[in-house]
Design a protein around this ligand. Structure first.
Ligand code: NI
Length: 195
């Protein structure tokens, strides 16, 4: 999901990882796939464990998301078919949540929220989801965790878990709206390509 304000872009820059301040490396953001790219429909595989290789993907996903800028990113959006999501809804962008193999184990209530998606830039639409959810996952250190939450975080987690199943927020809209968005996206892509 995108951040609604701000708009900044740079090609690459230095990243100081918050967990390892002594480790400084040059990392580039992943390119983000845009709707209607069929790769966004590919289903993901669960990971066996969160090891250094997965942590590297997590770090680069976080960078990509912050750069976009956004509050949530799922691995299929950067053409990686693994069940990984990164979320950071904090204002200072300093409270990242890394979830591997996230699974919703309980949900209740209904909440309608105007959503957007980094893979569908510039489009916002109301989607109804569960208001309260409980989710299990593996965290950045491979520890099993369980989170019970509501509000924006619950919406964002549901949106990102949908990505892992090849589902996008536009799928909840009417066919006519979907067609309109699809046309707009293809037109935008053409303009970008010829620019
Ligand atoms: Ni999205």
């Amino acid at each position: 999901m995108p951040t609604k304000t701000a708009n900044r872009k740079s090609d690459f820059f230095l990243v100081e990882h918050f967990r390892h301040p002594d480790h400084v490396s040059v990392m580039e953001p992943y390119p983000i796939l845009h709707y209607p790219d069929p790769r966004l429909r590919l289903k993901t595989r669960t990971v066996e464990r969160v090891d250094d290789e997965i942590r590297q993907i997590f770090d680069r996903m976080l960078l990509t998301m912050h750069e976009a800028p956004g509050i949530g990113l799922a691995a299929p959006q950067v053409d990686i078919q693994k069940a990984l999501i990164v979320i950071d809804i904090s204002e200072k962008k300093d409270q990242p949540l890394f979830l591997a193999n996230p699974k919703i184990t309980a949900k209740s209530g209904h909440k309608t929220f105007e959503e957007g998606c980094l893979s569908v830039p510039g489009i916002y639409a109301e989607v109804e989801r569960a208001e309260n959810i409980t989710v299990t996952a593996l965290d950045y250190d491979n520890n099993p965790i369980e989170i019970t939450t509501d509000g924006l975080l619950a919406i964002c987690i549901q949106h990102e878990i949908d990505h892992l199943k090849g589902k996008l927020f536009v799928d909840y809209l009417s066919r006519i709206k979907q067609q309109r968005i699809r046309k707009k996206m293809l037109k935008m892509e053409k303009i970008t390509q010829t620019a």
